[in-house]
Write a protein that binds this ligand. Structure first.
Ligand SMILES: [Zn+2]
Length: 446
C-alpha cells in the first residue's frame, strides 16, 4: 500500500536491465502449513457487480511434521462491517466443522473430521456471499464501480510461531499467505468489466451476461473489481499484457500516461528482481482512493500518480513473488518496494537521515507497533526503510547490492522471507565487511 501522503511527483523512468529468469527453489520452512493451496471459486454477481454469491473450495497439503488439527479461514473484509453483521459470509462448510467467528469476525476455525497428517492433503468447501460496502476503498464502491480486495476467504498460516491470527490493520496490511493457485469463474453483466488477478478470458453467458474465467498461479491472494470501466491495453517489450481500467472521471490522457508508466515500471522492476511471471497485470485507476495505491497479485488499485504506480507494481515482487508476513515485518515489503521505486526513478537516496523517535522505534517493528504509532509508520517503514537499503548499497557497493537484490528475490521466489533471511543474504553479499553495527544503527532486528 502507499499512503496518500507519500504519493509524489512524476519522475522520468530509469532504464531497464535485461531480465534473468529466476529459477531458484523457494525457501523451505518445515513448520509452515498449510501448503500449496489450490482454490476453485465460482461467483455470480448482481446487476451492478456490488454483491456476489457462490462457492469456494480449497485443496491443500500439510507439508509440516505436525498434524493439522484445525485450519483457519481469514475473512479479512469483515473488518469493513459491524461484527457480527458481516459483508463476507461463509456457510454450508464441507470437509470440516466451522467454529464461531473470531478476531472481530475476521477468522473462522474449521476442524476437519480427523487431523490432517504430515504429507496428507485435504479439501474444504463452503458457500460464500460478498456484499461490497460504499466507500472508495480497497474493499468498497465508488458509485457503479466496486473494488474487491481481500474479500475471498483465504487459509491462515501456521508456522513456528503458531497460527497467525493477527487483526486487520487499516494503516497497512495484515495479510500473510503462502503462494497459491486460483481458478476463479465470475458471472457478471456484460456491461460490467471485471479486471482481476491472473490471466482472464471471457465467454458469453446467458441473458446479457459474461463469464470471466481468471487463472492465477503462485499468487498470494485474488482480487478483482467490477464496473463500466474504460480500458486501454499494451504489451511490454517482455511480453506482459498490461490493462489499465479507469473510472469515468479519469481522463483518457491520464489513463494513457499510466499505461506507459505501468509497462516501463514492470520491465524495469523485472530487470532488477527477475522476470514478471504472471503474464498479465491489471491497473485500476480512481483518484478517489484515500490511499495512493494498493497491491494485489497481477492487480493494483491506484490514483493517477507515476510514483504510486511504480510502487504498487514493485509489490509484485516484494509481498507477491517474495512473500512475507506483512503484519509482523512490513519493512520487507514496504521498505523494499519504496527502494525499488527509487531505483526506477533514478533516485539515489542522497541525504537520507534517520532520526529515531524513541528507543522502542525500530525499522522492523510489526503493525501492532505502527497501529499504536501511526504517525511514524510511513516515515520509518517506507522512508527510513528505503534509506536503509540505500545506505547498505553505499556500504557494500552498487554491484554487490544489485546482485544481492536479484539473488535474494530468486532464492525466495514464491516463498516467504524473513528479516533474518535478508540479513543473512546481505551479510553473504558484504563478504568480509561485518554488517553487525549497520543492523544496529539502522535498527534492523530479527
Ligand atoms: Zn506499498
Amino acid at each position: 500500500m502507499l499512503s496518500r501522503l507519500l504519493t509524489g511527483v512524476l519522475v522520468v523512468a530509469g532504464l531497464a536491465v535485461p531480465a534473468t529468469p529466476a529459477t531458484a527453489a523457494a525457501a523451505v520452512d518445515t513448520t509452515r502449513a498449510p501448503g500449496a493451496p489450490a482454490y476453485t471459486i465460482s461467483l455470480t454477481s448482481d446487476t451492478t457487480g456490488a454483491s456476489w454469491t457462490g462457492h469456494e473450495s480449497v485443496t491443500f497439503s500439510n507439508p509440516s511434521a505436525t498434524p493439522l488439527t484445525e485450519v483457519y479461514l481469514r475473512l479479512w473484509d469483515n473488518y469493513h462491517g459491524s461484527c457480527p453483521a458481516t459483508p463476507v459470509t461463509v456457510s454450508n462448510v464441507t470437509g470440516g466443522t466451522a467454529g464461531a467467528l473470531e478476531v472481530a469476525c475476521t477468522a473462522l476455525k474449521i476442524t476437519p473430521p480427523a487431523p490432517i497428517a504430515s504429507g496428507a492433503t485435504a479439501t474444504i468447501g463452503f458457500d460464500v456471499s460478498i456484499v461490497v460496502p460504499a466507500g472508495v476503498d480497497r474493499f468498497g464502491r465508488d458509485g457503479s464501480y466496486s473494488f474487491i480486495g481481500n474479500a475471498l476467504p483465504v487459509l491462515a498460516v501456521r508456522d513456528s510461531l503458531g497460527w497467525h491470527l493477527d487483526p486487520y490493520t487499516n494503516n497497512g496490511e495484515s495479510f500473510y499467505a503462502v503462494a497459491s493457485d486460483y481458478d476463479v469463474t465470475l458471472n457478471h453483466p456484460a456491461a460490467v468489466l471485471v479486471p482481476a488477478t491472473g490471466n482472464s478470458s471471457e465467454t458469453a453467458g446467458t441473458s446479457g451476461r459474461t463469464i470471466t474465467h481468471a487463472v492465477g498461479n503462485q499468487v498470494r491472494e485474488f482480487a478483482w473489481a467490477a464496473g463500466p470501466f474504460k480500458k486501454v491495453s499494451a504489451t511490454t517489450s517482455t511480453g506482459v499484457l498490461v490493462n489499465v481500467y479507469s473510472v469515468s472521471s479519469v481522463s483518457t490522457a491520464s489513463a494513457s500516461s499510466m499505461l506507459s508508466t505501468a509497462t516501463a515500471a514492470l520491465v524495469a522492476h523485472a530487470g532488477r528482481f527477475g522476470a514478471y511471471p504472471y503474464g498479465e497485470a491489471d491497473v485500476v485507476l480512481d483518484n478517489g482512493y484515500w490511499f495512493g495505491g494498493m497491491e494485489y497479485p497481477g492487480f493494483v488499485l491506484d490514483v493517477v500518480s507515476s510514483s504510486a504506480l511504480a510502487h504498487e507494481l514493485a509489490h509484485q515482487w516484494f509481498y507477491g513473488i517474495v512473500g512475507d508476513d506483512e503484519y509482523s515485518t512490513p519493512w520487507l515489503d514496504e521498505g523494499f518496494t519504496s527502494y525499488a521505486t527509487d531505483l526506477y526513478q533514478g533516485a539515489t537516496g542522497t541525504g537520507c537521515t534517520i532520526t529515531w523517535a524513541s528507543a522502542a522505534e525500530k525499522l522492523t517493528n510489526s503493525m501492532a507497533y505502527w497501529d499504536a504509532h501511526s504517525s511514524r509508520y510511513s516515515t520509518v517503514v517506507y522512508n527510513y526503510g528505503k534509506c536503509t537499503l540505500h545506505d547498505l548499497r553505499r556500504l557494500i557497493g552498487t554491484t554487490a547490492m544489485t546482485t544481492l537484490m536479484k539473488s535474494y528475490a530468486a532464492s525466495h521466489w514464491y516463498g516467504v522471507s524473513t528479516v533474518a533471511d535478508f540479513k543473512a543474504a546481505a551479510q553473504a553479499a558484504a563478504g568480509s565487511t561485518s554488517l553487525t553495527s549497520f543492523w544496529t544503527t539502522h535498527r534492523v532486528v530479527g
